[in-house]
Design a protein around this ligand. Structure first.
Ligand code: AMP
Length: 538
């Protein structure tokens, strides 16, 4: 027997319709290229979104066409989010921090027809425009007065582009599985791969991420996403905030500027923010140096990489702000887990609580997770055994754009992360699959060993890689950078005694002057592996 409920498609157009009617008075405050404080309401935003949709139509944009943005978080980017997806075309957000060759590859692979860009990226576009034949129009996100001096042919400014167009638009009826947006992951090897979101996946992700034990959004909140809108749809906040009527504060190109962020938090009474750890370290430094409090701010969501303990501790002690760890990835829209204390954990001592706060959190409803050992068997959720993290769910990618499916025979997507889950349901990322050391059928976490190494007072930075071993297949090699003092390998290895099982202890230590890093500042184990390619243990 079938249920008798209406089959209404879950589309971003419905988020927009609801936000316009019900939350039209909600404010959006932005730092834009041509305006240090732009302020309007969601109702104003959607009026301009309709003008933009008409302007796009006038260029002959059709359903399914890809339209790219290279832009910071601001109000024009928000209008593009809705006008492009709700008119049936695909919003392709591009990370301007990628290498120009990667951006060129991405634009050509997606066959973008239009590129909207922040004027700050004009030099980048100048270098690319002749190499991207699918792009018929470049439009700068500013008004006519701020159009940059450039060699980009027939460059238009956004304001002139939408100005003459009508502010009513008949939005097409879309199917919920129509593609809505596209974001490329920048893997460390090979070309970037495109993740193609649907209207349905976006709506369901917005609903789940807004829940009280996740982002907990409401009309009483003001959210400032520091996570860029070009990275996994800004963790979906550009959808979930208008859906819930949460005021949005968009810091434009000032995302790494502690002073602007503090001003925005205090003047706009920001209650909640989201971003990668390095942003919060920058802000922390600024707040401490300027001796400024942020009374409205109650919580910070940290994701993208593991959150240092110091961050959680100092925001709590000095500013009464709680820091919540979240985990996810481009292929997961992105949210997979969120760290919220359950009553049982909240009843523990502060020190015991910290061990949980440092974990990546509990699985959000909608994500089904399996942790598999190296033989593909599900491991027990005992907080000790770890394995490959596999996920499935309505906002998890089933494959990559223009490539086949990439799910296993059970229908799960392999995240490439390695983790354990404890009996309370808290997941702890212990490694990336490609970095974990596979030693005689056991997995050894490189991250756990690195954390122990940097706990030694004379060690500045450390990395652990697996090197070939005749008997065990692979064994851990510790590569360390000292704080300009002499430390012997024996002394450093003695520091591991009692902290890890015997078979996990590094077999050898090498000291080097500095560790290689990627363009985004992450430790490059790929380069280290090449550097130590001829190293053999045993
Ligand atoms: P991206 O697709 O660029 O967002 O990168 C996703 C990857 O970042 C994940 O697969 C993890 O390896 C890593 N990551 C994301 N969030 C966290 C976190 N809270 N702690 C540790 N690693 C994380």
């Amino acid at each position: 027997m079938k249920g008798q409920m209406m089959d209404v498609p879950l589309t971003i157009t419905e988020i927009m319709r609801h936000a316009d009617r019900i939350n039209g008075e909600t404010e959006v405050v932005s730092v834009a290229y041509d305006n240090p404080r732009h302020r309007y309401t969601l109702s104003d935003a959607f009026k301009r979104t309709r003008k933009l949709a008409n302007a796009l139509k006038s260029l002959g944009i059709k359903k399914g066409d890809r339209i790219a943005t290279l832009a910071w978080n601001d109000y024009r980017h928000l209008e593009l989010y809705y006008a492009i997806s709700c008119s049936g075309s695909v919003l392709h957000t591009i990370n301007p921090r990628l290498f120009p060759e990667q951006i060129e590859y991405i634009i050509n692979h997606a066959e973008d027809g239009i590129v909207f860009f922040d004027p700050l990226f004009a030099p980048l576009i100048e270098g690319l425009q002749a190499k991207c034949p699918s792009v018929k129009h470049f439009i700068a996100l500013c008004d006519a007065a701020h159009l940059p001096e450039t060699s980009i042919p027939e460059l238009m400014d956004y304001e002139s582009f939408i100005e003459s167009h009508n502010d009513s638009f008949d939005w097409p009826q879309l199917a919920e599985d129509d593609a809505s947006s596209l974001c490329y992951t920048s893997g460390t090897t090979g070309h970037p791969k495109g993740v193609l979101y649907s209207h349905r996946s976006t709506v369901l992700h917005s609903l789940a991420s807004a829940l009280p034990d996740a982002f907990s959004l409401s009309v009483h909140d003001t959210v400032m996403p520091i996570v860029p809108m070009f990275h996994v749809n800004g963790w979906g906040l550009a959808y979930s905030a208008p859906m819930t009527g949460t005021k949005l504060v968009l810091p434009g190109p000032k995302m790494a500027d502690g002073e602007t962020l503090t001003d925005l938090i205090n003047n706009e009474e920001v209650t909640m923010t989201a971003g990668v750890p390095v942003v919060w370290l920058t802000l922390l430094e600024h707040l401490k140096q300027s001796d400024t409090q942020v009374p409205s701010l109650s919580r910070i969501i940290v994701g993208g990489s593991a959150c240092p303990e110091l961050l959680i501790q100092e925001y709590d002690e000095l500013f009464d702000v709680s820091v919540h760890h979240a985990w996810g990835m481009t292929e997961m829209s992105p949210l997979g887990t969120f760290n919220q204390m359950t009553p049982k954990i909240a009843a523990l001592s502060e020190q015991e609580q910290m061990a949980y706060k440092l974990k990546q959190g509990r699985i959000v409803f909608g994500v089904d997770m399996r942790i598999e050992d190296w033989q593909g068997e599900a491991v027990e959720w005992d907080g000790h055994q770890f394995g490959a993290v596999k996920v499935r769910g309505p906002w998890v990618a089933s494959g990559y754009y223009k490539q086949g499916e990439s799910i296993d025979s059970n229908g799960y997507f392999d995240t490439g992360d390695v983790a354990s889950i404890d009996p309370h349901g808290y997941m702890l990322i212990t490694d990336r699959s490609k970095d974990v050391i596979k030693s005689g059928g056991e997995w050894i976490s490189s991250i756990e060993l690195e954390n122990i190494a940097v706990g030694h007072p004379d060690i500045k930075e450390a990395a652990v890689i697996g090197v070939p071993h005749k008997k065990w297949g692979e064994r851990p090699l510790l590569i360390a950078v000292t704080r300009d003092v002499d430390v012997s390998a024996e002394e450093l290895l003695a520091h591991f005694e009692g902290k890890v099982a015997k078979f996990c202890m590094p077999d050898a230590v090498e000291f080097i002057k500095e560790l290689p890093h990627t363009a985004t500042g992450k430790l490059s184990k790929k380069d280290l592996r090449e550097q130590f390619a001829s190293y053999v243990l045993g």
